[in-house]
Design a protein around this ligand. Sequence first.
Ligand code: ZN
Length: 318
Amino acid sequence: MFKLSPYISSTIWGGRRLIEEYGVKTDKKNAAEAWVLSCHEKGPGIIATGEFAGKTLREVYEADRSICGKNGARFSEFPILTKFIDARDNLSIQVHPDDEYARRVEGDSGKTECWYILDCDEGAELIMGFKEKISRETFKESIENGTLENYVKKIKVKKGDFFFISSGTLHAICKGVLLAEVQQNSAATYRVYDYNRLQDDGKPRELHVSKAIDVTKLEEYQGVPENYKRKGNAPYTTGYEQLVRCDLFSVGTVKTEENSTGMADENSFVSLVVLEGDGAVECGDEKLKLTKGDSVFIPAGSGKYRLSPGLFLLETRI
Ligand code: ZN
């Protein structure tokens, strides 16, 4: 197992909470996103501890794909990208294609994602799908005449809320929201509306309206589908809560107590991201100290691991 140093991106909407509260190190003016589990070529995670220190996770994965486990065999690339996102301002309203469209048009994977709300300002909101089913013509017109915000569903959020965003769901993170995102490892994003903002170079960011119209589901947001709430065998002795389990990933939280243990079997790697607390993880004869914001990757087949009490973790498997 090893810790990962994140890739950091700075954008027009980013804040500084990841730097001030989550141990993110950067010279950039803000940390909009910290890619805490990433094999993506645009922002690969760097291994920070152990025998592979200094290499990218991508290099280690390319050399030995078995670190993902048996369940990794059905994916052509490393399957998951996990990020912290600090939205000081609104993110664009956007949508991601499904696998079929993304492969055909972008040569990339589609993107289904999910969000766990770490913290937010009083009254903060997200945009998720539409208030009610709308026609393709209405959707197109509302983008063209700048009235899209009248049709989208705005949801007030609080710490601990969870959202599942299947590909094709129109969505936006709005200002004052700090969240953790687990998603398919893809960069296929179609921006629909960017609040008429300009970047530092004085230009607006590119929009991708016609592709967005191709892929957007014109429905009311439905939440986590019933069949994705399956409760599998809890992989922990105590404190595990499953948030979603679908074909792409299984995401949950772990609140550790005395003698908390988990298991990295041969089916999947385990990604642990520290949301709160300080402590340690031990696996075999290895021990890593943990603090808020840390990301640990436990290769498939590593076996049982012990977690010290007082940690609150986001856990992802495939
Ligand atoms: Zn998205």
